[in-house]
Design a protein around this ligand. Structure first.
Ligand SMILES: NC(=O)c1ccc[n+]([C@@H]2O[C@H](COP(=O)([O-])OP(=O)(O)OC[C@H]3O[C@@H](n4cnc5c(N)ncnc54)[C@H](O)[C@@H]3O)[C@@H](O)[C@H]2O)c1
Length: 453
């Protein structure tokens, strides 16, 4: 039976602990395929939003899909863990794993969730499988999750209940699409039965669209996620290094360099976009966590330390370029286009806009920013330190310089005339390389990351 009382065929019942990007996308994905899904959160307000079919954050396509599965009775959200565990067969754990001040990950939520799940498993007579989807450093699933589960359930892992680690690779902005169309699935199994149970579930879920499935030990599964994100972050810091060189080479343009590099099959074209660096809830946190973890192992991960260092200074290039064009920034009106860490999300975590804005404020510039969706979240962070515009036009009005920070689709359509008509003086810094330098430099003063003069 689904939550609306409609009988469904013998599919496993799914619960998801954590109702963020990963948890809710997983839940909606399963519910959309007719599985009976219960998501669990600790926030009453979030549960009531989800039960009305409203996602608690902006993610393209999620609102429509969530509304549909809630209406169909295939998904409901509860506060607390017990109801979710007792009424389902498989639980995906997708709570946050934020950074601590030393860069290592905070495992308190993982541990407390595992304890609560264990307490519910204690009351069950049937086999239950827990799948860790949160990004956790090697050893966490075995040493933290398994230990907490066994302690609070009084039962034995691999006998009375199963445990897997199956990292998530979705991209915000494409969360639901990626959930339904992953490039690969990684299953780290504590024991054979746990891995087999999860593999069977994935094969039923993806059917003929099942991607390659990699079966590993728990620790390899945990490391695969970090290695993947650290590699992508390395690609970004690498191309930004080349971009910074290009700026000193007459006639060089990093976009041409990257395009030609990307045509080499051994390199590939993705994640070679030079700009103001990476942000978001994953890359910065995961690179930091991998560095901290590696140091704990007694290995100094110099490559990754430099990836991070380059990323920390890269956004400040926008301010350097502004000073190069305007001189002293004190009292200058700066228009910021884009606040979210990337397009198609309202997520402000580790967005490059924040260090840029903070540096500009230090220089006593006056800032007006526009973002299609992230302003409500930005206001909770930046408060009244800057002005918020309701449109691109309002943002540009009377400004002395514009910095393009996030490559939202609506910004890519702007022409030199838009800047000329609205700004006090048309000066643009393209922090994401979305404009054609030839077209723009002919009509306005134009600087871009990785563009030699
Ligand atoms: N966002 C991504 O693109 C992405 C992609 C792959 C993997 N991951 C990983 O998946 C995990 C979850 O990421 P996310 O982006 O979905 O996180 P998120 O911040 O969007 O959501 C985390 C969820 O954890 C739960 N939570 C937070 N505080 C809690 C508390 N005090 N008690 C109980 N539950 C609480 C909430 O339901 C919250 O929504 C992280 O480990 C992350 O690194 C994220």
């Amino acid at each position: 039976m689904n939550h609306a009382g409609v009988e469904i065929l013998e599919k496993k019942r799914i619960s998801v602990v954590g109702t963020g990007y990963v948890g809710l996308s997983t839940a909606v994905g399963f519910a959309g395929k007719g599985y009976c899904v219960i998501t669990s959160t600790h926030e009453l307000e979030k549960a009531s939003l989800v039960n009305k079919g409203v996602p608690p954050f902006h993610e393209p396509g999620l609102a429509e899909s969530l509304a549909r599965v809630v209406k169909d009775g295939n998904l409901k959200c509860v506060v607390g863990r017990e109801e979710a565990i007792l009424n389902t067969d498989v639980t995906f754990l997708a709570v946050g794993t934020p950074s601590q001040s030393d860069g290592s990950i905070e495992l308190q939520l993982i541990e407390s969730s595992a304890h609560e799940i264990g307490e519910a498993i204690k009351k069950k007579n049937s086999y239950h499988l827990l799948v860790v989807k949160s990004t956790v450093v090697p050893g966490t699933t075995e040493n933290v999750v398994k230990t907490a589960l066994e302690k609070s359930s009084g039962k034995k892992c691999g006998v009375d209940f199963g445990l897997c680690m199956s990292p998530e690779f979705l991209r915000q902005g494409f969360a639901l699409y990626d959930t339904m169309n992953p490039d690969r699935i990684v299953i780290g199994g504590y024991d054979q039965k746990s891995g087999d149970t999860l593999e069977a579930l994935y094969m039923e879920f993806y059917a003929e669209k099942t991607p390659p499935i990699i079966r590993t030990q728990l620790s390899s599964a945990e490391l695969i996620k970090y290695a993947s994100n650290a590699f992508l972050a390395t690609k970004i810091s690498f191309i930004n290094t080349i971009a910074n060189m290009c700026e000193k080479i007459p006639g060089a343009d990093v976009t041409q360099v990257a395009k030609a590099m990307g045509l080499d099959k051994r390199i590939g074209p993705l994640f070679l976009n030079a700009g103001l660096g990476y942000g978001g809830s994953c890359f910065p946190k995961d690179v930091k966590a991998l560095i901290a973890y590696s140091k704990k192992l007694g290995y100094e991960p110099e490559l990754l330390e430099n990836v991070e260092k380059i990323n920390a200074t890269q956004p400040l290039k926008a301010v350097e370029l502004s000073e190069k064009l305007l001189g002293d920034l004190k009292g200058k009106n700066v228009a910021i286009l884009g606040l979210a860490f990337k397009p198609d999300t309202d997520d402000m975590r580790e967005t490059r806009a924040i260090p840029i804005i903070n540096q500009l404020l230090k220089k006593q510039a006056k800032i007006t920013a526009y973002d299609p969706v992230a302003i409500p979240k930005a206001k909770t962070i930046l408060k009244d330190k800057i002005k918020y515009a309701k449109s691109i036009k309002e943002c540009l009005k009377n400004s002395d310089i514009c910095i393009l920070v996030t490559e939202w689709d609506e910004f890519t359509k702007l022409t030199p005339e838009d800047f000329i008509q609205n700004m006090h003086q048309a000066i643009l810094i393209d922090g994401r390389r979305i404009y054609d330098p030839k077209q723009f430099s002919q009509k306005i003063r134009f600087e871009a990351i990785g563009l030699g003069k």
